[in-house]
Design a protein around this ligand. Structure first.
Ligand code: HEC
Length: 190
């Protein structure tokens, strides 16, 4: 009798906490969808040609983490068309590379809505997303997808692809301004 009562209580408690977790996740997802970004209206995949040129472990992070786990609340278009650009390098090297970029790539500092160049921006954002309820990304997966996002930004948003990126991002921003002027103002005119 006692034992079965305990089982019932345990069942209620476990069911209850799972429900609370689901509700927090649903609320976070609703928030993500109710507040769109210009990013959301771009492609939700990168081209097969680009992907094939990436190191195998980054291709895996893209397929297994970015396309699946980073698309649970909003589409994978949100990270893939983001203005975030993390400077290449390790540790203190990054600040030196950022300083260098200010003269070698001064055009990448003209609008934060096209390129937001920082030393640790993807690391910060992946951590921020991982702390959200329902984002079940392990530390290893988080690190892998962070490496993918840094590398991918350096490939598709800089070097020979700089002009194409600028045109792509400016088109997304212009279309978004027409579609959703209030949200545009909130995000991009501050
Ligand atoms: C649990 C839901 C959820 C998951 C899972 C999730 N996100 Fe988000 N994401 C959000 C919400 C909500 C926002 C709106 C801004 C905020 O709350 O930080 C957002 C915003 C963003 C933005 C826009 C930030 C900006 O200011 O321009 C990017 C980029 C992003 N997410 C990337 C990712 C990546 C990468 C992953 C996977 C590592 C991920 N998200 C997983 C909920 C989620």
């Amino acid at each position: 009798m006692r034992k079965s009562l305990l089982l019932v209580v345990a069942g209620i408690l476990m069911g209850g906490s799972a429900w609370a977790g689901d509700a927090a996740y649903e609320a976070e997802k609703a928030k993500a969808l109710a507040n769109p970004y210009a990013n959301d209206f771009g492609p939700d995949k990168i081209s097969d040609k680009d992907l094939a040129s990436y190191p195998v472990e980054l291709q895996d992070a893209y397929k297994n983490v970015l396309l699946i786990k980073c698309a649970k609340c909003h589409s994978s278009a949100r990270p893939l068309n983001s203005q975030f650009f993390e400077v290449a390098g390790k540790g203190a090297e990054k600040q030196a590379n950022l300083d260098k970029m200010k003269s070698t790539d001064s055009d990448m500092f003209f609008s934060k809505n096209v390129w937001q160049v920082e030393t640790d921006i993807w690391q910060r954002y992946v951590k921020r997303m991982m702390s959200k309820p329902g984002c079940d990304i392990s530390d290893a997966e988080g690190k892998a997808v962070y490496k993918f996002l840094s590398f991918d930004s350096q490939q598709r948003k800089a070097g020979k692809n700089k002009a194409a990126w600028k045109a792509h991002r400016e088109k997304l921003l212009a279309d978004f301004k027409t579609k959703n002027p209030a949200r545009y103002k909130e995000l991009y005119e501050k």
